[in-house]
Design a protein around this ligand. Structure first.
Ligand SMILES: [Zn+2]
Length: 473
């Protein structure tokens, strides 16, 4: 097996940083060599196959993006990144594992949908991958299938309180599913927005001629995120099911999560870069149809109400535990433009998978989070939350050699035709400048990105079976 030594860098974990060399043998890390360590021989650099000089750079565990939607069917079209293009873009951005969503639609069998997603991803991925199971039709049969998911290495499933007629579950369905979540070790993930109320507001706005992308954000009011978050927490409380709320954007929803956590409950939340940087006014409210680029759900929130600062604060205080992307890109031409004249027909989703590590590192530069917290919210906690820790999310002997060498003196200009490899005809992040750069990326010991080149190939990434959540009280 090929051996690699990463020398001279500062190894950063969720708990600290310091100088260390990392020895990789095949797909695994076999040793961390601290200054003064000579047990493995002073001339190690001369005996390994490859030496990577990380002097002046950070060496961190590869990013884990626990919320992506490759080839996701939505609103009559399909997300424009498939498993090949999306995971390659992930590798470019320092993300070495994704957890995508297998989608059971109304009338389908859970096990069939999981097999469909396995077929779509198998042999296509640049980095390792797993699935959460979306249950869009909660009934006796799908609940029985839910119980068997851990045998397939799938330890989390997702329900929607939004999208009536598509993915929506009512409170009775949520209660029944959570009862299974409480005694099988499955983590319940929730899209917490009051869908039926949103649909009333959408119809009223359209009837008033308010058809621009901006009104997507008005219809999906924060009250409806707060209400659904509260309801999900109460149903979880009643059943004893651990709960993970996806793409939290409203400060009031954050407060609901914080209150539940203060009561000692196993309630967790993720946010996404778009809710930290972008806003209703600046982006959804852009001139003409431009705002369609930023139509996603939950929606971007008002900057005047200071949701963004509150979500950053929650990341510092661990009221929110991690950052995923909800990567679900659609092109403007032929996809987003289906909603010209009717914002409700704009496919919901933003492409961010390539930029998550950079955008969150900018939070370190800006003094919003520590370097260690950056590692924690992008890699270590996702690994613990979704049953991967030890193998992923940490640089330690025995762990997969998913390693990113990050250059704090580098620079990344985000935009179309610059560093962007996602399959989109625009970037939601055009013009963002990052004071850092993904230098070298190893995926299970193989250098997949170096010297500004992609050196991997599709099929490098493998399906990873997951253990139950390792974050529970
Ligand atoms: Zn999503």
């Amino acid at each position: 097996m090929a051996t690699t030594l990463i020398t001279g860098g500062t190894v950063v974990s969720s708990t600290g940083r310091g100088p260390a060399d990392i020895l990789v043998d095949g797909e695994r890390i076999v040793a961390l060599l601290y200054p003064g360590t000579t047990a493995l021989g002073a001339n190690l650099a001369e005996t390994v196959d490859t030496v990577i000089d990380a002097s002046g750079k950070y060496v961190v565990p590869g990013g884990i993006d626990a919320h992506t939607h490759m080839s996701m069917p939505f609103g009559g079209t399909t997300a424009s990144d498939d498993f090949e293009t999306g995971t390659r873009a992930a590798a470019w951005g320092g993300t070495t594992m994704i957890i995508d969503f297998a989608v059971q639609k109304f009338g389908e069998r859970v096990q069939d949908s999981l097999q469909t997603w396995h077929k779509m991803a198998s042999g296509q991925c640049a980095v390792d991958y797993s699935f959460h199971q979306i249950v869009g039709d909660v009934n006796d049969e799908s609940l029985a299938a839910l119980r068997r998911l851990p045998d397939e290495g799938i330890t989390s499933y997702k329900l929607f309180m939004a999208y009536p007629g598509v993915f929506y579950s009512d409170d009775a369905q949520i209660l029944r599913a959570m009862q299974i979540g409480a005694n099988t070790g499955l983590l319940t993930m929730m899209h917490a927005e009051n869908g039926p109320a949103i649909d009333v507001l959408v119809a009223q706005l359209l009837a008033e001629g308010k058809t621009d992308p901006y009104y997507h954000g008005i219809a999906r009011a924060w009250q409806l995120e707060e209400e659904a978050t509260h309801r999900a927490i109460m149903l979880a409380d009643l059943t004893g099911a651990p709960l993970y709320v996806v793409h939290v954007s409203a400060k009031q929803a954050v407060a609901q999560l914080a209150a539940a956590r203060d009561r000692g409950r196993n309630v967790f939340g993720e946010t996404c870069p778009q809710y930290l940087y972008l806003s209703l006014e600046d982006n959804l409210g852009a001139a003409g149809f431009e705002g369609a680029k930023w139509v996603c759900s939950t929606p971007l929130r008002s900057r005047q109400e200071e949701h963004q600062d509150q979500v950053w604060q929650a990341l510092r205080t661990n009221d929110l535990q991690m950052v995923s992307t909800d990567h679900c890109p659609f092109c403007m031409k032929g996809q987003k433009d289906m909603g010209i004249g009717d914002f409700s027909k704009i496919p919901n989703g933003i492409g961010t998978i390539e930029h998550r590590m950079d955008l969150m590192y900018q939070g370190v530069v800006d003094g919003r989070i520590t370097l260690e917290r950056w590692v924690e919210i992008t890699s270590t906690t996702p690994a613990r939350m979704f049953g991967l820790y030890g193998r992923k999310g940490v640089l330690a002997p025995g762990a997969d050699a998913d390693i990113v060498v990050y250059d704090p003196n580098g620079h990344t200009s985000i935009g179309l035709g610059k560093t962007h490899h996602m399959n989109m005809d625009h970037s939601a992040w055009e013009g963002y400048e990052i004071d850092g750069h993904v230098d070298t990326v190893l995926s299970r010991g193989k250098v997949v990105v170096a010297d500004g080149e992609y050196r991997g190939r599709k099929g490098d990434g493998q399906f990873v079976r997951r253990d139950p959540c390792q974050y529970l009280i």
